[in-house]
Design a protein around this ligand. Sequence first.
Ligand code: URA
Length: 189
Amino acid sequence: MLEKEIEELKNECLSCQKCELCSGRHNVVFGVGNPKAKIMFVGEGPGEQEDLQGEPFVGKSGQLLDKYLSLIDLSRNANIYIANIVKCRPPMNRDPKPEEQDICIGYLRQQVRLIKPRIIVCLGRIAAQRLISPDFRVTAQHGEFTEKGGILFMGTFHPSALLRNESNKPLALEDFQKLREKIKEEKLI
Ligand code: URA
């Protein structure tokens, strides 16, 4: 039933033409992972590789994300779900515009409604400002858990930002360790 509902939502999303991002896309990047996962990761939007392959976080930043996930026994093939705020690639990898986010966020809301995660990890400023608080500052608030509507939200550095500025990698690793602790505390896996 859950799988069917996710599939229906995905099909609706795949034919979406609600904003101009649809005109440049190769693929809609709906999301990947276990729909029964208790932990969800949310990025901002597909990059070049994601657009070409139709899956979130498969480029260089995705490889770094997979490495950090494996350090705390998480994997997109087993116990998490990964999605983005916008499902189509913004041209030249620019930030998704607020109006594009407004239009697309309904798909993410429905994904959350169906998957019912206990924890949502926001990867980077765009996701954290959209899902946690409009004035969220990653450098000041990364690794903090905030509970809203029965979901624990945590913001951390976007993997692309870590590839640009490697000095934040130890802080990001600490955030992933905090996540591991929280998962244990909550007995989620
Ligand atoms: N960056 C994101 O925010 N999401 C992806 O899927 C890939 C890169």
